[in-house]
Design a binder for this molecule. Structure first.
Ligand code: SF4
Length: 453
């Protein structure tokens, strides 16, 4: 396998929820297609009469509940995930509202409802496929097939890996990463920073500034969520729970079960913000956007962690996310929820161990324990909404991360028999064996037994 060249800011991205593969990826696709149109000669553009957008696979199965229509529409109108207002998608709620697409010479009227939810079963290379076509009558002027491959990453037919700088310390497994740490007497966060600099060309200060912004958005999603009440968007009518849980934790002065209630409240809060279509951080996806913010908030607000410790913990979490993405997947449509909440929990466990100053081996063990106990977790969002089981599942993922950190940091390191590389390999194999029904299609599991939603 080639060395990992994913940037921290590709893994941890800011954007609107509720599902990075269903909102951030499609939003970027809409934006990119408009850029492709601009490359056409003007005389071609002027012939345009029709735009077609087809969604396939899990985008078709659950895109309605996940806000894919709104995301595509906002991208076509020039919005991008990391720069748009937190609640931008609400502008596109009405399927019949007409929007004028200015394609530099010709105007096309398009409604969110014009987007076509096409075949769920198909033979395209990735489940989350989109086809965009600009037409003049029956003639196609420009067409592009996109793949939303999870975590907000977008690929297209003919896509080639962009030229990254070479990582200073190349690795594609935890075993190789550990060899660098031992051989060069480096600490994990130093290695990740050095690689980020050589891959992206960013300075150390720019990386830390970007990381601080990511941490700030995570904290904001928790702060907003614990203050918000009412019912979440969609036909389920699901009540927000974070504020009630937080008040209870406060009454118990965050002690005893109040401590656990606070971890739950923070994860519920960020997940409920995500379900509202507000901006969160993909950590590593929108669906799993509550797990890491929960433990960050807990460490900062209740355990006195310094910003420097939070930054270093976040770099350790990113290392775990890179390994999972590279050797398995972070897409619910590819491997089920083990790739979303499972990976988030492993990242959060590593974050806790590293930020608390544990030895590196404890950090790996904490990630492995959290990953191991999410293996086989399916994805079956009820009604196609990232709400049931997703929101509570984030709370469970955060609590499991804390528990994995406790187990890893309390017991002797030599007790650990499974290493992280083996757990990631098991996740990849389990994902390959998992029926397609359990990969973000809402065709099985809870989504099937709660069909009234
Ligand atoms: S069940 Fe898990 S993978 Fe599926 S949408 Fe919910 S959070 Fe994402």
């Amino acid at each position: 396998m080639p060395a990992i060249t994913t940037s921290i800011f590709e893994l941890l991205k800011i954007g609107p929820g509720p599902s990075s593969s269903h909102t951030i990826g499609p939003m970027k696709a809409g934006y990119d297609f408009m850029e492709r149109i601009k490359e056409l000669p003007k005389e071609e553009r002027l012939k345009a009469t029709l735009l077609e957008v087809h969604l396939f696979g899990s985008l078709s199965a659950t895109g309605e509940g996940h806000g894919t229509r709104r995301a595509v529409m906002s991208g076509l109108l020039g919005y991008l995930p990391d720069t748009c207002q937190p609640n931008v998608l609400e502008e596109f709620d009405d399927n019949d509202r007409p929007f004028e697409l200015d394609i530099d010479g010709a105007m096309i009227t398009y409604h969110p409802g014009d987007i076509i939810f096409d075949a769920i079963q198909h033979d395209y290379p990735h489940s989350n496929t989109m086809i965009f076509r600009l037409k003049s009558g029956d003639d196609t002027l420009v067409e592009r097939m996109y793949f939303s491959v999870g975590g907000g990453f977008l690929r297209w037919q003919g896509w080639e890996e962009p030229k990254h700088g070479e990582p200073t310390y190349p690795y594609d497994t935890m075993a190789e990463l550990k060899d660098h740490l031992r051989g060069k007497s480096l600490r994990l966060h130093e290695l990740i920073i050095a690689n980020e600099q050589s891959i992206t060309g960013m300075s150390e200060q720019e990386i830390y500034d970007g990381l601080d912004h990511i941490i700030e958005v995570m904290e904001r999603s928790v702060e907003l969520g614990i203050k918000s009440t009412g019912v979440l968007p969609g036909s389920i009518g699901l009540q927000r729970k974070a504020a009630v849980m937080y008040e209870q934790a406060k009454k118990e002065q965050f002690q005893g079960s109040g401590f656990l209630k606070a971890i739950n409240a923070y994860a519920l809060a960020a997940s409920e913000e995500n379900a509202s279509g507000h901006c969160v951080v993909t950590a590593p996806t929108c669906g799993a956007a509550g797990v890491i913010p929960s433990v960050v908030f807990m460490l900062k607000r209740h355990m006195g962690a310094l910003q420097e410790e939070i930054r270093q913990g976040m770099l350790a979490a990113a290392a775990i996310g890179f390994l999972c993405k590279h050797n398995a997947s972070i897409s619910g449509a590819e491997v089920g929820c083990q790739g979303e909440v499972g990976v988030a929990s492993a990242m959060a466990a590593a974050f806790l161990a590293y930020a608390r100053g544990c030895r590196f081996q404890v950090t790996e063990n904490a990630a492995e324990i959290a990953m191991e106990h999410h293996l086989g977790l399916t994805c079956d969002p009820v009604g196609g909404y990232v709400q049931i089981p997703c929101i509570e599942r984030n709370a469970m993922g955060a609590v499991k991360a804390y528990n994995a950190y406790l187990i890893a940091s309390t017991l002797d390191e030599s007790y650990q028999k499974v290493d992280l590389d083996k757990a990631i390999a098991a996740m990849a194999q389990t994902g390959r064996d998992m029926s397609r029904k359990y990969k973000e299609t809402s065709l099985a599991g809870l989504a099937q037994s709660m069909t009234e939603c």
